[in-house]
Design a protein around this ligand. Structure first.
Ligand code: FRU
Length: 401
């Protein structure tokens, strides 16, 4: 398997799953909120490590607490973080992401206040130790020099470049990469209505590169260096759960196949298959396992004593509280009968392991973990709605049928 170095952003993704896409000025309650390590290259590297490669990132990191959180996240994704350029004055780049539970779409608002990776930092890294270099098409001023160095010092290692947005001067870099990934946003910015038209033009700028342009539901267009443009339709899926990182997953699967000397057509097919697989689940974990017909709520290994876990559930009006209890796993709808708010609305749900209760963070109603009955607080004797669950041999917890 290959040693792959990705050069790009590491981002803190704050993901709110909402029942629908909010209207302007609407006040909307999200079903769930979670934090993930994000950024295109970080996501692709996570998928590449699942595909069995040795992934390393070259990125910038801020001096705030979230930076530490991100580094730990990268490590837990089996991504080597030895090449991180730290900026004490900078803050962690953050994406605020609305995920529409109805469609699985993701809308990203990105905030950045961190210097870009410097040319000098890149120049000191021994890139010859890697089998593949994958760049994000940003930071053009420094990227130009980085690609020059890579072209000069690497003899047989492929270079790939992802072009997500139009940036001044980026076109001049195209011939430097062996594989170019274009997004449909870029194609649209350039005034093209499909990937084929874009690639016709790019072929002239970079005749020796493999070109790929992905276009959501319309599939992908691609062109092996110097050959005809071809089209790969999407793999249809029964339900779209989450599209965040689908493009990054596609890129990873293409790099994986090409690094094994497979033809571009096979690589693009593998990319679209894995991207489709990704869209059927939340997040990027365990992408190589079979999709189960039903999505588990969680696995018992994720539950710890005296702590609740709140998980989304597309089939119920509320998220679900899971907790390990003396008599087994308990599951309740995350909705306080007092004022119809999630129990973790104000803070986390505190558990008292001695009294065997858990507390709504909004108005301090205490509920028995055993039966969900309120034993103290503003909705005395009211009950949380029990969620029927079943657990399979692997410990996956499902909504009972
Ligand atoms: C998804 C993603 C997110 C990140 C954003 C950055 O492709 O990489 O993880 O926040 O895009 O543009």
């Amino acid at each position: 398997m290959a040693k792959i170095l990705g050069i790009g952003n590491t981002v803190l993704d704050i993901i709110l799953k909402t029942p629908h896409y909010p209207r302007e000025d609407e006040e909307l309650r999200a079903n769930t909120r979670h934090f993930e390590v994000g950024g295109n290259v970080s996501n692709s590297l996570y998928v590449l490590s699942q595909l069995g490669h040795e992934s390393s990132i070259m990125t910038t990191i801020g001096g705030d607490d979230s930076a530490k959180q991100l580094l730990n996240g990268l490590k837990s994704h089996q991504i080597n973080t030895d090449h991180t350029q730290r900026f004490i004055q900078g803050q962690t780049p953050t994406s605020y992401i609305i995920q529409n539970a109805e469609t699985g779409s993701r809308t990203i608002t990105h905030y950045r206040d961190l210097p870009e990776l410097s040319f000098d930092y890149f120049a000191k890294v021994e890139i010859e130790n890697y089998d593949w270099l994958h760049f994000e098409g940003r930071n053009i001023e420094n990227l130009t020099g980085m690609l020059n160095i890579a072209k000069t010092f690497l003899t047989h290692q492929p270079i790939s470049l992802e072009i997500e947005k139009e940036r001044e001067g980026i076109e001049a870099l195209f011939p430097q990469a062996n594989v170019l990934f274009f997004s449909h946003h870029y194609a649209r910015q350039k005034g093209f209505d499909d990937g084929k038209a874009l690639l016709e033009e790019i072929k002239m700028l970079a005749p020796e590169s493999h070109l790929i342009c992905t276009w959501g539901a319309q599939g992908a267009w691609f062109c092996q260096a110097g050959q005809e443009i071809q089209h790969q339709p999407i793999h249809s899926i029964p339900q779209t759960i989450d599209t965040l990182g689908a493009g990054d997953t596609f890129n990873a699967a293409v790099i994986d196949a090409l690094s094994q000397n497979k033809p571009l057509s096979e690589a693009v097919e593998a990319g679209s298959k894995l991207a489709a697989r990704k869209c059927q689940q939340q997040g990027l974990d365990n992408l190589l396992t079979e999709i189960k017909e039903k999505q588990p709520l969680a696995n018992i290994k994720q539950l710890s004593n005296a702590k609740t876990m709140v998980v989304p559930c597309a089939d119920l009006p509320h998220s679900v509280i899971l907790i390990k209890h003396d008599t087994g796993i308990k599951a309740y709808e995350n909705n306080c009968p007092h004022q119809d708010v999630p129990l973790n609305e104000a803070y986390k749900i505190d558990v008292n392991p001695f009294e065997k209760t858990m507390k709504c963070s909004v108005h301090d109603a205490f509920f028995n973990i055993e039966d969900g009955v309120c034993v103290e607080g503003p909705c005395m004797n009211d009950e949380l709605v029990t969620v029927p669950i079943e657990i399979d041999d692997s410990g996956d917890i499902y909504l009972a049928t």
